[in-house]
Design a protein around this ligand. Structure first.
Ligand SMILES: C[S@@+](CC[C@H](N)C(=O)[O-])C[C@H]1O[C@@H](n2cnc3c(N)ncnc32)[C@H](O)[C@@H]1O
Length: 202
């Protein structure tokens, strides 16, 4: 859990449980940051699986690479790209050139869609990298609910300082385009978790 604010670890763990990737699968980690999802993903996919971490920040990817090297993981592919702007076909080719598959079995976005501006485009680009009926998961933030409502100003301030838009309910990406949707929340509703299986567009 190194480098992790404990408050956010709960959402990450619930998100990966809901995504439920299995041994040998290739999982996209969208806006992977320093790779905080990698240990939990590795427990699920094992050495035969692959993590493809995509992030626009070279600095974040350097830390993710250090994490992978320190743990001796040979199955991590890191791609520097802006999810809003990338072309899925050429990105798939980059993944293949790094030893991965052109299509991934699953995709996860933890606390990253809320930073992406045109997050719908980022999500469309994500789905362009996925197999039909792939599983997808989103973990992101909203105002706390119920008895935790008094924490709202604090949560809003923390998110504003980090540049996150917490008003957009980014997990709609899963609600609107998936079946068998698993829903969870944590930290008084501040963390929202959704995962499901992509509907076939045809
Ligand atoms: C708050 S961090 C979360 C990192 C990681 N998913 C986690 O759960 O720890 C958000 C990450 O999204 C990345 N990001 C933001 N906008 C992006 C974009 N348009 N394309 C790719 N990555 C982006 C940032 O560089 C950052 O590493």
């Amino acid at each position: 859990m190194s480098g992790e604010y404990p408050v956010y670890h709960a959402g990450r763990a619930l998100g990966i449980d809901a995504l439920a990737p299995t041994a040998g699968q290739q999982v996209l980690d969208i806006g992977c940051g320093t790779g905080l999802n990698f240990p939990l993903l590795q427990e699920r996919i094992g050495a035969a699986g692959t993590i493809v971490g995509i992030d626009r920040s070279a600095g974040m990817l350097r830390q993710a690479l250090r994490r992978a090297e320190a743990r001796g993981w040979q199955n991590v592919i890191l791609i520097q790209a802006d999810m809003v702007l990338l072309d899925p076909r050429s990105t798939a080719a980059r993944i293949q050139a790094s030893g991965g598959s052109a299509v991934s079995d699953a995709a996860l976005a933890t606390y990253s869609l809320s930073l992406m501006g045109d997050w719908q485009q980022a999500w469309t680009n994500t789905t362009g990298l996925l197999a039909t009926h792939a599983r997808v998961g989103v973990v992101d933030m909203q105002d706390p609910e119920g008895r935790a409502r008094w924490l709202t100003p604090l949560a809003r301030l923390a998110c504003a300082l980090g540049g996150s838009d917490i008003t957009a309910a980014h997990w709609r990406a899963v609600e609107e385009r998936c079946v068998d949707v698993v829903r969870a929340s944590a930290r008084g509703g501040h963390l929202q978790i959704r995962a499901g299986k992509m509907m076939h567009d045809g």
